[in-house]
Design a protein around this ligand. Structure first.
Ligand code: SF4
Length: 385
């Protein structure tokens, strides 16, 4: 799977110790503790279930599991202690519970697909599978349906959302409105784009929004190499769009804006130089990195991996919602063989999430070899359990 660069701790050990003490003491001296324990208001306020909180008390209350990046994020997220606690519980579900393959009440992370259509045909992507780019799979999300998903996520306490999946989000004519609608509703918001259609107007909308991480998918710093991989791309246009965005982001108006800008690429050719790529693109981003592709196209025709018994993290960590409402645990399975159904029919995100339990059980009992395409997908993640 793609490996993002690890983010270094920006604060001294004294600041970190103070933060942890403050969080722990606020949680344990909470006004919501009575003689018989924590009351329902506590769980409502911090959007954590009683079962999840009990798990927190039993295994992780010393907060040693927090990564440097998470500590930075908690400090920078909000000065308000309650908001920091909410963020802490979100990360507890997202990184701690999932690392132990413990199912959470609601998905810690939801990826919503504005559209499945893409304006490029990169060789490492399922968009080159001609049986996928057909009427059956292509389309864009209805704006009212999108709003209903965000309302549910907000209500349930889903902490992280990404706008992107199988297609290019900027091809949706109402992407700007979607970005605006997310404001104040989710703690971590990410947008992925190939930047070919990134206008100045959209850049301003992004910088005025709650988006906390913007990822530009660009595979080279050299025009010829880029256009060899990004079929349908135009290096000069992409470079201009990213430069304009970066200039705006560093302008006095947006300089203090909390947004991480990454440039992420796939290493496909021997000629791609990871060092030069990073050196070039870090002039236009906070971090730039090239990764090897996941084993994905054509997922369904891949060779099986009978030796692969370790579970994959995705069914615990995330849930995709395609443009038509189909839910899925990953986009390696871009034709939704693993889908438990459609959110429009099932009605609730919580129920869709629960319906992934049988897939989780198969992975935990080392039976992924019985499931297509988990049996031929090379993705696995280390598990603490
Ligand atoms: S193992 Fe299964 S759930 Fe995990 S990425 Fe592969 S196809 Fe998706």
């Amino acid at each position: 799977m793609p490996v993002e660069p690890s983010v270094r701790l920006k604060y001294s050990s004294r600041v970190v110790a103070n933060l942890k003490n403050m969080l722990i003491s606020e949680i344990f001296n909470s006004e919501f503790i009575t003689r018989s324990g924590y009351v329902e208001e506590f769980f409502k306020k911090y959007k954590i279930s009683r079962e999840e909180f009990n798990f927190f008390l039993e295994y992780s209350k010393d907060l040693d599991w927090l990564t440097d990046q998470e500590i930075n994020s908690i400090i920078e997220f909000d000065e308000d202690l309650d908001e920091r606690i909410k963020f802490l519980f979100h990360r507890f579900r997202y990184s701690f519970m999932t690392s132990l393959r413990v199912a959470t009440r609601v998905p810690p992370y939801v990826l919503i697909e504005p559209t499945s259509i893409c304006n490029m045909r990169c060789p490492m992507c399922f968009q080159t599978d001609k049986s996928f780019t057909t009427k059956e799979f292509m389309g864009q999300i209805d704006f009212d349906f999108f709003k209903s998903i965000i309302d549910q996520c907000h209500e349930l306490g889903v902490g992280a959302i990404t706008l992107a999946s199988r297609g290019e989000p900027t091809l949706h004519p109402r992407l700007g409105e979607m970005i605006e609608y997310l404001n104040g509703k989710v703690m971590e918001i990410k947008l992925n784009t190939n930047a070919l259609r990134l206008t100045k107007d959209l850049s301003e909308k992004i910088l005025n929004s709650d988006i906390s991480h913007l990822v530009f998918s660009i595979d080279s710093h050299l025009k010829d190499e880029y256009e060899l991989i990004r079929i349908g791309g135009d290096f000069d246009k992409v470079f201009e769009n990213v430069s304009v965005f970066w200039e705006l982001r560093n302008s006095p108006k947006y300089k203090s804006k909390k947004i991480r800008v990454s440039i992420s690429g796939i290493k496909l050719l021997d000629t791609q130089n990871q060092f030069e790529f990073k050196k070039f693109w870090e002039n236009y981003s906070d971090d730039a990195y090239l990764n090897y592709p996941e084993e994905r196209w054509n997922t369904y025709a891949n060779q099986k991996h009978p030796e692969l018994r370790k579970s994959c993290l995705y069914p615990w960590e995330r849930m995709y919602i395609w443009h038509d409402g189909t839910v899925n645990p990953c986009d390696v399975d871009y034709k939704s063989f693993l889908s438990p159904g459609n959110l429009k029919d099932i009605g609730s995100i919580e129920t869709c999430w629960r319906q992934l339990n049988s897939l989780r059980a198969s992975h935990l009992s080392q039976n992924r070899s019985m499931i297509n395409p988990c049996d031929r997908c090379g993705v696995y993640h280390e598990c603490e359990r």
